[in-house]
Each structure stands twice: as C-alpha cells, then as structure tokens.
Design a protein around this ligand. Sequence first.
Ligand code: SF4
Ligand code: F3S
Ligand code: FES
Length: 248
Amino acid sequence: AAHGTRTLRVWRGAGGTGAFTEFTTDVVEGMVVLDAIHQIQAEQANDLAVRWNCKAGKCGSCSAEINGKPKLMCMTRLDELPTDAPITVEPMRAFPHVRDLVSDVSWNFRVKPQIRRFTPRPPDAPDGTWRMRQADVDRVQEFRQCIECFLCQDVCHVLRDHHKHETFAGPRYFVHAAALEMHPLDTADRIPELRQAQGIGYCNITKCCTSVCPEHIAITDNAIIPLKERVVDRFYDPVGRLVQLFRR
Ligand code: SF4
Ligand code: F3S
Ligand code: FES
C-alpha cells in the first residue's frame, strides 16, 4: 500500500529530561523519517525541535537514534522500518541533550583542533610542486568522505557508556588523524598523541562505528587498526620491529 499512517514515538523534553510522545501521521511511499517529523511539526507540534539542513545525506545534521540505532533521519525510509510497532525517534544519547531531537555536538568541534594539522614536506619537483603516487592519494580519499554526522561517536561504547570524552577522541577523529597521518606529503607525527591524549588504546575494535557510518567508511579496518599498529610499533614492540627489519 502506498498510503497509510504510521505512529512515531518522538522524544520530547529539554536538558536531559523528557519522555516519548506518540504521533500518528499520514505517510506516502518513499517518505523518510525526517519527512514524517516535519509533517508532525507542521500539523501537530509546531515547537518540536529538530536539526537538519540538506535532506540529502550530505550535511550530517539530522543524526538521531531511530528504533535505537544511530541513523540519519533524511536517509532512513519509513518502509525499511518494521510496521508492527511505533517507530522510536530519539536524540543522539552520547552528547548533552538540548531539546527534543537536538543534542549538543560541540564537544566534537573541541576535539578536532587537538589533532595536529596537515604539515606538508617541501615541494620536490622542479616546477615547485610535489610528486605523489596515485595509490597513496587514493588511500586517504575514503577518509575525506566524512560528513561529520557523529553517528560513529554516538554508538561507540567508550563515549556512550564509559564517558571518556576527556581522554578519547573517538572514531570520527581517528578517521581524521588517519587521513593526515597516511597522507603522502604529511610530515607531522601524531602517534604519541593518539596513544596518550586521544586514547586510541581504549578502542577494542567492536566495529560498531563502522556499521553505522552513512558514508560506508571502513573506520575500524582502514583507519583505527593501522593507527593502532603504528602505536604498537613505536611503543610496545621492539622485538617485532627487529623481526620486521630482518625480514626485509
Ligand atoms: Fe559520520 Fe562516518 Fe564521519 Fe563518523 S566517520 S562522523 S559515521 S561520516
Ligand atoms: Fe568504538 Fe569503533 Fe573502536 S565503536 S571501540 S571506535 S571500533
Ligand atoms: Fe543533511 Fe540529513 S539533513 S544529512
């Protein structure tokens, strides 16, 4: 059936307190959760707070927890959610609650400047530019797809359950660090800080971050594990490093 109604249980409240309110609204084929929320806002709850921008999965603003799973509201079709129960829509829970569906994600923006900036080596070609291998350029391209939706930060138990916001940068910033650290021109050393201030050791490779990333970035396999290997090589494994030297 193309037409019908769906019931949404939407979190309402401010500053961490609140409760679900049920709304039943008309739906047509192809509607996404954000459409339903906008319709509820227009017809039943004018003051419902929700953050969004592009409606195209590109701005990373509409992150929420839909039926308990971190997702973009604008990219989650109603017809992919079970019809035998109301759809729950909550704000991201790993960050301070502002109002209704809006969380305060500003902590993330304070973490970013703690990652050492891009520091290119001097140009090495006669024309004053650089020579890079295509494979090295391609490798970091994946990481640059990040839309800063923070769904990976929201799902990671180190932040969500253990509240290590002071000592753990989180998967989004391991992706950012990997993009810089693996860049063929970069010369900065981020490994000691990844180990210490950014706490990469707290990640125990649950891969929950990878499973929620709307850009399908292989966060754990391509960013976190290679960075962990660099930390181990540097700080914990002189014997392994010797063995590698002899194998060459
Ligand atoms: Fe979102 Fe993926 Fe970027 Fe994490 S890595 S912030 S899940 S786009
Ligand atoms: Fe967290 Fe991802 Fe590691 S969810 S524990 S950062 S693999
Ligand atoms: Fe931009 Fe959903 S509104 S990602």
